[in-house]
Design a protein around this ligand. Structure first.
Ligand code: 6R9
Length: 656
């Protein structure tokens, strides 16, 4: 738990009303409408969710119990049978959407592909049959380690179709990180590509898979399926490795969707926590389907004519919920882009908006800050008039970035939805509904209907308006994670025991600090635990410390976040060396490379500071608060009376 008190300094007073013409055609049209929905859901959450489940999803068999809540374990729509791939594909085929673009894909080199619902359905069925032929059965886990190409979505949907839970590993993770995840999930198959394009370079993927599997590294993996994307030469191990296009050739495009129990596991997605290895967050079928479906529909005011684009990677929850499942379940057109702004084309995102007439654009504050730096002449040189709503996710957005987004990208006409949520929550939790809720730059505004959010102290008592506290959720919701894969105890400890149940009510602890203003608006301030948010991605300080300590030169390491204009936070590492090593720049570079090798480039420390001691409490806990001060270039603030050895501070200030 945090040692520091939570303080908020932000006092933002600007208020933006939803434009009248926007509200007139929105799903939720006024603050009163929102309030009515919110009150209705609060009065009878089970009725609220059951009605939506009935209206919005296809069921092979209806449920008998809406919620079975044995804290902290929830089961939703118990006894029901459905299939999320069916909801994302098959049910649209009997409507005019059959020939609507389901997925528009733009590759970085400029190649592109559009798949209609009928075409996507066919490819998913074919690949589902390929998996079956390789012996993948309902319940078997499939690892997916892919660039941003249509086959990533096809593989996910094919798994869902046959009931094989997927675990997507972000393509930027290293072979070590991949191996850990494949081992934890006991994956039977890995789906990958030779490589992907990123900033005009090939990011090799298959060679990383080879390293992960070398020396029986992930012994449960029997087969590797490889999409040919970048066409560089790779090793193919006979018997184990197969080209996607070889196996797909001539395979039947008919594969009925498996009726899944509501609570059958849909996927595992690993996320960083405060301690030890990443946690396998488990999401199940029906609740996740309903929750991603309805949150996307209302929050982005999704219409059948919209072209919707979320710039996330499918390796993160945002990609799962809001590139693949949420949009397709709604029958929307979802855009997938392989590239990123790069020196040769800093305006490439706006090219995509213009080319496809994107109406809804969803990205992260770190991307917005990077775009601000590149200059407003890039967006201004393109026609962005198709845009009607903008979204942001991943970290608190600073009001100035919000204003730039509003003015330069949104032309002052597009509502901005600042969506607060987590891998664990499955979908949006606190967010504006764009036709109904006035926005304030930097605030995620109000909870989604059915979400009972609060801000409390460690005893679970609500704090007063404008007081900082811990963000909690008071009632289960359909999209919530069900457990940590293979470790239900860790699930309980991490999310349900920091704050004791209050009057018999269990509180979900999100790990974020927040305050609520006099209008009830939520202002999320960031993590209160030892999680770093770099470029909107979560990294556990423990993981990076473990990576550093696994190097022979390192005796002890402490990692903190350092404020960074673009990334939000930079990884800053304090390192104590073993006796035989001296602190050189060469060694610092070697340690950085070591972290990249162990975890991936996203975890590369921006700075390594060698030190002869660590500031510790008498009980031996590293006082990260002090290290954060130092990393930020400030002097040490607050109470230092619990420091065991005060001379350590002077040594640290000096650095090396
Ligand atoms: C979806 C996603 C979750 C953490 C979360 C919080 C931060 C996400 C935010 C936000 C302020 C927002 N976060 N959205 N903070 N405002 N709109 O990012 O999931 O990768 O699990 O990260 O990200 O700290 O706890 P995940």
């Amino acid at each position: 738990m945090p040692e520091s008190t939570i303080e908020s300094v932000l006092q933002e007073k600007r208020l933006f009303q939803p434009p009248a013409e926007f509200s007139q055609t929105a799903h939720i049209q006024s603050l009163e409408d929102y309030q009515r929905l919110y009150d209705k859901a609060k009065a009878d959450p089970l009725k609220f969710w059951a009605e939506l489940a009935e209206q919005e999803l296809h069921w092979f068999q209806k449920w008998d119990t809406v919620l079975d809540w044995q804290p902290p374990f929830a089961k939703w729509f118990v006894g029901g049978k459905t299939n999320i791939a069916y909801n994302c594909l098959d049910r649209h085929l009997t409507t005019w959407r059959r020939n609507k673009a389901a997925l528009i894909w733009e590759g970085e080199p400029g190649d592109s592909r559009t798949l209609t619902y009928a075409q996507l359905h066919r490819e998913v069925c074919q690949f589902a049959n390929v998996l079956k032929q390789l012996g993948v059965k309902k319940g078997d886990r499939v690892g997916i380690y892919m660039p941003m190409i249509p086959e990533a979505a096809i593989a996910m949907l094919a798994c869902a179709r046959i009931g094989a839970p997927h675990t997507v590993v972000f393509g930027g993770f290293s072979s070590e990180a991949l191996k850990d995840r494949l081992v934890d999930a006991q994956a039977k198959v890995v789906v990958t590509a030779d490589g992907g394009w990123r900033k005009e370079k090939i990011v090799p993927l298959k060679p990383e898979v080879d390293k992960a599997l070398a020396n029986n590294g992930a012994p449960t993996v029997e087969n590797v399926l490889v999409v040919q994307r970048t066409q560089q030469k790779i090793q193919m191990e006979p018997g184990r490795d197969h080209w996607w296009h070889d196996l797909q050739a001539g395979v039947s495009g008919n594969c009925p969707a498996e009726p899944m129990d509501s609570e059958d596991m849909l996927f595992i997605l690993y996320t960083s926590g405060t301690t030890g290895k990443p946690k396998g967050v488990v999401h199940t079928t029906a609740g996740y389907n309903l929750y991603t479906h309805i949150t996307l529909k209302w929050t982005f005011d999704l219409k059948d004519t919209d072209v919707y684009w979320c710039t996330a990677d499918v390796g993160w929850i945002t990609g799962h919920s809001y590139i693949v499942y949420g949009p397709l379940s709604n029958g929307a057109t979802t855009v997938m882009y392989e590239g990123a702004p790069r020196p040769s084309n800093p305006g490439c995102l706006w090219d995509v908006v213009e080319k496809y007439g994107v109406n809804i654009f969803y990205t992260a504050p770190t991307a917005i800050r990077a775009l601000i730096k590149m200059g407003e002449h890039h967006p201004k040189a393109r026609d962005l008039s198709s845009l009607r709503i903008l979204g942001t996710v991943g970290e608190p957005i600073n009001p100035e970035a919000w204003m730039w987004y509003h003015r330069i990208i949104g032309g002052q006409r597009c509502p901005i939805v600042d969506t607060w949520w987590q891998t664990e929550t499955g979908g949006f939790m606190i967010t504006p509904l764009p036709g109904a809720i006035p926005t304030k730059p930097g605030s995620a505004t109000l909870p989604f209907p059915g979400i009972l959010a609060d801000i409390v102290d460690l005893e679970g008592n609500p704090v007063a308006a404008n007081q900082g506290g811990y963000l909690v959720i008071k009632h289960p919701w359909p999209g919530m994670m069900r457990t940590v894969y293979g470790d239900p105890d860790r699930f309980r400890r991490t999310y349900w025991e920091h704050i004791a149940p209050k009057d018999g009510q269990y509180l979900y602890f999100a790990g974020d600090g927040a305050r609520r203003d006099e209008d009830g608006y939520f202002w999320v301030m960031g993590r209160v635990d030892d999680v770093i948010n770099t470029s909107g991605h979560r990294l556990g300080t423990m993981e990076i410390e473990s990576a550093l300590v696994s190097h022979p030169a390192v005796a002890e390491a402490a990692v903190v976040g350092q404020p960074d204009e673009v990334k939000g936070e930079n990884v800053f590492a304090f390192v104590m060396l073993e006796n035989d090593y001296s602190p050189t720049e060469e060694l610092a570079n070697e340690l950085k490379a070591h972290v990249v090798n162990e975890i991936g480039a996203i975890a590369r420390p921006g700075e390594i500071r060698f030190t002869e001691g660590m500031p510790k409490t008498r009980s031996g806990k590293i006082m990260r608060r002090l290290l954060r001060n130092l990393a930020a270039g400030q002097d040490v603030a607050g109470d230092t009376s619990t420091l065991e050895d005060r001379s350590v501070l002077d040594k640290l200030r000096g650095g090396a």
